[in-house]
Design a binder for this molecule. Structure first.
Ligand code: ATP
Ligand code: MG
Length: 143
């Protein structure tokens, strides 16, 4: 992104690092005077991190980036998996929470729907020869 100020870090692909990524994002946003975005941003990065960890092995690296550009912030999580995210595109409602009763409370498929609901845009940047950044931009202009 042009004119972007950003913070990046890499982690081992473990579920315990999601909290570190959330702290990284929250700290960067507060430093840029964008505290009002923290709650949405940590939710988005937490979902992207969970997906990246899920498709990685424990010894793999995943990376997190939070960037501040004109009118928006960009959240991005990198993993080395070749597969692309597949949003399920279900309507978020109480009725659709448990589509499959035999897997009560463990139906999955919500993360990217939440990300798409909160983000102004989402995209994937492949990083040949391996992996991709999964990205989401949140509007940062106060109205
Ligand atoms: N980084 C990724 N790399 C490869 N595939 C991904 C990635 N992120 C998501 N996917 C695919 O997209 C699907 C949908 O992701 P989503 O986050 O919406 O649901 P989920 O992770 O299956 O469940 P939940 O997020 O509700 O726990 C995943 O099941 C997975 O197949
Ligand atoms: Mg998920």
């Amino acid at each position: 992104m042009e004119d972007e100020t950003g913070v990046s870090r890499q982690f081992a692909a473990s579920s315990v690092v999601a909290g570190l990524a959330r702290d990284l994002v929250a700290g960067a946003l507060r430093g840029w005077g964008l505290s009002f975005l923290v709650s949405d941003a940590v939710l988005v990065v937490g979902e992207l991190m969970a997906n990246a960890v899920e498709v990685s092995r424990a010894a793999d690296v995943i990376k997190v980036h939070v960037g501040c550009g004109p009118g928006e912030i960009v959240l991005a999580v990198w993993d080395g998996c070749a597969a692309r995210p597949v949003p399920r595109r279900v309507e978020l409602s109480l009725e659709t929470l448990d589509l499959c009763p035999e897997r009560f409370d463990d139906n999955g498929g919500w993360g990217l729907s939440i990300v798409e609901s909160l983000a102004a845009r989402c995209w994937v940047d492949p990083t040949p020869p391996r992996g991709k950044w999964v990205c989401a931009a949140l509007k940062a202009d106060v109205r």
